[in-house]
Design a protein around this ligand. Structure first.
Ligand SMILES: [Zn+2]
Length: 299
């Protein structure tokens, strides 16, 4: 038995476990900050000042009421003094960013152990995955709560996705062909345009049939963003998952007992939120899902 290799292997798995836990905890803290932004930004408030307070009674929170996840669970999602429901979103966002960052770090260690030459590409992939999941969680919440996908996020995120794809191509380890970052950039740009055109087409067809707007322009930009980061197959998978979730939600709402209030009847489903969930699933497991599908379909 080769003890050196064995020792190296266990050291790497210990680093992987510790790194994953650390990245996950770091993600919880950033998820907590994202929550502050998501509550304050749409209201036009500063995201840095003042310190966190209860949005119902205005009381400044103590440090131990601000610990990600733990405080929410200990207080069962309510303000300690006024008892106002804080909302499940806080804990969901923290867990989503924490989970996303944990997985990104864990995969980084898998790639690093496979191919040492792949190191820089693995670092870029992990950072990209962390940034992308952070953006998607933020957009998902904004669309769910405000039906709003701000240009201030989608446009820079499209650009960031293109830069990410080109950088990864430059650093990825190629067997015999040279890296072609410019070609990758252009192909992702084309993918983004095609994805946007597809949603515009669906939007137009919907308008022809129903004579009302079914999809917002925010969804068009979101699809372009997904294609920039994931490529066209990954973005189409995200769209498919998003539509399935949306259809499921629509059917559930139809089956639920009717409510008479206006808000319920005219309620719009946040397609952007479902696309973001599809984007997260596609970025984490897209390659496996597409490969499984192609095998199953006999390609
Ligand atoms: Zn309160």
């Amino acid at each position: 038995m080769n003890f050196v290799a064995w020792g190296g292997y266990t050291r790497l798995s210990a680093m992987r476990i510790l790194g994953t836990i650390f990245a996950g905890l770091f993600g919880l803290v950033f998820g907590s900050f994202l929550n502050v932004c998501l509550s304050r930004w749409p209201e036009g408030e500063s995201v840095v000042k003042p310190r966190s307070r209860c949005r119902a009674c205005g009381r400044t929170l103590t440090w131990w009421e601000n610990v990600p996840v733990v405080s929410w669970l200990a207080l069962r999602g309510r303000c300690r003094i006024c008892g106002a429901w804080i909302g499940a979103r806080y804990v969901v966002v923290e867990l989503a960013v924490g989970g996303g960052w944990g997985i990104a770090c864990s995969r980084f260690f898998v790639h690093i152990s496979d191919l040492p030459k792949f190191q820089n590409a693995a670092i870029v992939a992990a950072l990209g995955s962390a940034i992308f999941s952070f953006i998607l969680v933020g957009l998902a919440v904004l669309d769910a709560e405000h039906l709003w996908l701000p240009d201030l996020i989608t446009y820079p995120a499209i650009l960031l996705g293109l830069v990410y794809a080109a950088t990864y191509e430059e650093l990825a380890w190629h067997f015999d062909t040279p890296a072609r970052p410019l070609r990758e950039l252009l192909s992702r740009l084309l993918a983004a345009l095609l994805a946007a055109a597809l949603v515009l087409l669906i939007r137009w067809l919907y308008w022809l049939i129903r004579r009302k707007e079914g999809l917002g322009l925010g969804d068009v930009k979101l699809m372009a963003m997904l294609a920039a980061w994931l490529g066209l197959p990954g973005a189409l998978l995200a769209l498919f998952i998003g539509v399935v979730i949306g259809a499921g939600m629509g059917v559930t709402m139809l089956l639920m007992p009717k409510r008479n209030d206006e808000a319920w009847a005219t309620r719009k489903l946040p397609l952007g939120t479902f696309l973001c969930i599809g984007g997260i699933v596609s970025s984490l497991w897209g390659q496996q899902i597409i490969a499984t599908y192609l095998r199953w379909a006999g390609f």
